[in-house]
Structure formats: C-alpha cells, structure tokens
Write a protein that binds this ligand. Structure first.
Ligand code: ZN
Length: 229
C-alpha cells in the first residue's frame, strides 16, 4: 500500500476490482479494516481523495462496532443464541465438548490451539444445523440445490448462485435457531425466484411466516456475530 493511503488510515486495504462500477469504501466488521475498492480506470490519486473525504464516516462506523470477542478462555461465544463460556481444561479432550448447565464449551489440548478448535467446532456445527434445514425447506418448495457451502463473507449471511449453490456464513451458528431458519428459507426461496419480488417473499412466508422479526434481529445483532473470532 502506498504511504498516501497509510496517512489516511492505518488499517486500510486497497483493492482493484475489474467488476466494481464505482469507488467504494466499506468497513470489514470482522477485522475493523477499511476496504477501498477501485474500479478499472480510477487513479490512485482519485481513490485517495475519495477515502479522505470519507474519513469521518469511517471513524463513526468503527466507533459504533460492538467489541471484538476472541475465541479464548474466559470469553463467551453464543451457540444457537445462547452464550457459552469458553473453558480451557488440560484434562479435557481435544474435541471441544458443549455443556448445557452452565452453558460452556470445554476444550483440551494446548492453550494456543483453543481458538482454532472452537472455530472448527463452530463451523462443523454450522454445517450440522444448516444441512437439515436446507433439505427440509427445499423439499417444502419442491426445489433442488446443487451444493451447500460454508463461508465467511464480509457483509451477508447467505447467497444463492445461478447454478443452485447455496452459501451460508458459518457465523449463523451463533444466532438463535429461528434466525437460521429465516436465512435458510430466504436462500432456498431464491431457488424458485432469483429476485426479491412479491412472489419471492410469498415463498419465504410460506416457510417461516413473517420475515420481519428475523430481518430486524439480523440488523440489530448481526454485527456482533461478525465481531467474534
Ligand atoms: Zn435475497
């Protein structure tokens, strides 16, 4: 990165994207990094000016971020909406074990591996939660999908490709079950309607009822889930 950008912000990632249509500046909630995207033909000078103009906006966005939560002993990580204390127990197994009362996730092995183990557990668990829901809603709408993929996108919970691949953020496993239901129903409904038309929302409603509470929940609490890990 050129020093020009460093002067604007010390956590700024500059990207060139042939697909981008305009200059954009976004905040990656997961890391707090600013992402400046340059479309083809835009000069570094123009981009630097644009970023400078949006410095105030960026600072406000960063200040509004919920605190970052590390996957470390003593911290709490939500699983299906319920906070679980992360406990490192040298005598416990290397595979994290989830305990109900009090809610905890107990991890053995080297302390330096706790975060990786918990993250791996959450990703596996996300697959276990998502797969049956996708199958259930796909059957209800009589559609089929080609693949289910877990990822960690910057600003979305799920997506549906034209080829029928459904992708979901593994972070959904931290949300309550009814939120996962909604996001899965939303993406599965895209297999019927690749848009957000009235027909699309009719399919969603048929699967999970009124989507408004889940959408509101994601708007209010979603950022906190991106701050974990
Ligand atoms: Zn959609």
């Amino acid at each position: 990165m050129s020093s020009r950008f460093l002067e604007i912000d010390d956590n700024l990632i500059v990207r060139r994207s042939p697909r981008a249509r305009q200059l954009s500046l976004r905040l990656d909630n997961r890391t707090g990094a600013a992402i400046l995207t340059l479309p083809r033909g835009v000069s570094v000078r123009e981009a630097a000016l644009f970023a400078t103009e949006h410095k105030g906006w960026l600072a406000r966005q960063r200040a509004a971020l919920p605190p970052a939560i590390r996957l470390a002993p003593g911290e709490e990580v939500p699983i299906l909406g319920r906070p679980h204390a992360i406990i490192h127990d040298p005598d416990a197994g290397r595979q994290p074990a989830v305990e109900a009362e009090p809610a905890a996730i107990r991890v053995g092995g080297a302390p330096s591996e706790v975060a990786n183990r918990v993250r791996r557990y959450l990703k596996n668990r996300a697959g276990e939660e998502l797969t049956p829901r996708v199958a259930h809603y796909a059957a209800a709408l009589d559609v089929s999908y080609s693949r289910l993929r877990l990822n960690d996108p910057m600003g979305r919970w799920g997506s549906c490709s034209a080829t029928g691949t459904l992708s979901f953020s593994w972070r959904l496993v931290m949300a309550p079950g009814w939120i996962i239901d909604y996001v899965v129903a939303h993406e599965v409904a895209h297999l019927k309607e690749m848009n957000h038309s009235r027909r699309f929302w009719t399919h969603v409603r048929r699967l999970v009822g009124d989507p408004a509470p889940a959408r509101a929940w994601l708007g209010q609490q979603g950022t906190a889930l991106q701050r974990v890990g």
